[in-house]
Write a protein that binds this ligand. Structure first.
Ligand code: ASP
Length: 326
């Protein structure tokens, strides 16, 4: 619980997603349109939030499958703006589930915030018979006001996850997120957080990394980093096609490739040969795994560099930022 000196104001930034989705029929949990209901209306649908010191801003109104640099830039700027305010305890972001882990990782990588930035979502639209969004939103506001909460977190179905570990693991169930081997950081129970592990506190007391934010705001595009997968009967055609396309359209030449290998990051020999060709042409290649659990354990002689435990989705962002010198 917050002590008397803890600022309690929380800012809710809406970006769309299923939590703000609407279906024509109440029982329809798949045939809806995401990003229809304003963040203000989402809050109004949660009676326990009434009377709390909250502010709301609509940053975007999209299906998060369409997330990209422009929204990330706007979101990072608004998050940073509010984190710098002394009267703000933390920020909540309502977001689609599909790319929530990517936005969480991106914000963490760019801002390294000290105060909590809590992403939340829903698997069912706001019009569902039993929507999950209202409870998730309430839980996220609770976490954003908890004095032990730091950095970028995700809250869904009563669990608190760290940005670096959270992954969407289910296509339909409301408990759709998991933190793999790391496990969740905590649980939200009746308006209180029960921490299982305390979130890492950044070494600095600055609210966010202003220099990195400035670099991000100057970007007009992220370096092109593609994500490929190895599998039985794979070949190198996708890699060679990307290189050939880049030869014809130099602005589209991939700068990086992340490959989700089989098992411990192993690659079909035909795919690996094409990836080595890409490396010889200056493309940075990183090797992750398509396994849902575990990480690529280094130690195989001659293997392409691994992603140091990052999933392919997060490794793609990390490599793009690295290629920007961030
Ligand atoms: N496609 C939706 C989105 O990511 C899915 C969701 O929010 O659950 O915005």
């Amino acid at each position: 619980m917050a002590d008397a000196k803890t600022p309690l104001r929380r800012v809710i930034l809406g970006t769309g997603g299923t939590i703000a989705g609407r279906a024509a029929r109440a029982g329809d949990n798949v045939g809806y349109v995401a990003g229809q209901v304003s963040a203000q209306d989402l809050i109004a649908a949660v009676p326990p939030l009434a009377g709390l010191p909250l502010e709301v801003e609509q940053v975007a109104q999209i299906d998060s499958k369409d997330m990209g640099l422009a929204v990330w830039q706007r979101l990072a700027e608004r998050v940073a703006h509010h984190l710098a305010r002394e009267d703000v305890a933390g920020v909540v972001i309502t977001h689609g589930t599909d790319t929530l882990e990517e936005t969480a990782f991106f914000l963490r990588a760019v801002l390294s915030p000290t105060k909590p930035v809590v992403l939340t979502c829903a698997m069912r639209p706001s019009t569902a018979l039993v929507p999950d969004g209202p409870q998730n939103l309430l839980d996220a506001v609770t976490v954003a006001g908890d004095p032990q909460a730091h950095g970028v977190l995700a809250v869904c179905a009563g669990s608190v996850h760290a940005a670096e570990h959270v992954t969407k693991v289910h296509t339909y169930r409301v408990d759709a997120f998991d933190s793999g081997d790391a496990g969740p950081l905590g649980l939200v129970e009746e308006g209180r957080v029960r921490w299982l592990h305390l979130p890492d506190r950044p070494g600095t007391e600055t609210p966010f990394d202003a220099q990195r934010l400035q670099r991000l705001q100057q970007a007009t595009a992220l370096p092109r980093v593609h994500w490929l997968t190895s599998h039985a009967d794979a070949d190198g055609v996708q890699v060679l096609a990307l290189l050939a396309y880049g030869d014809a359209h130099p602005e589209a030449m991939p700068q990086g490739l992340v490959v989700a290998g089989t098992g411990n990051g192993t690659l079909h020999q035909a795919l690996e040969a094409a990836l080595q060709e890409a490396v010889s042409r200056g493309v940075v290649v990183r090797r992750s795994s398509r396994c849902a659990r575990g990480r690529v354990i280094p130690g195989v002689a001659g293997a392409l560099a691994d992603t140091q435990g990052l999933s392919p989705a997060k490794a793609r962002i990390a490599l793009a930022l690295e290629l920007m010198g961030m």
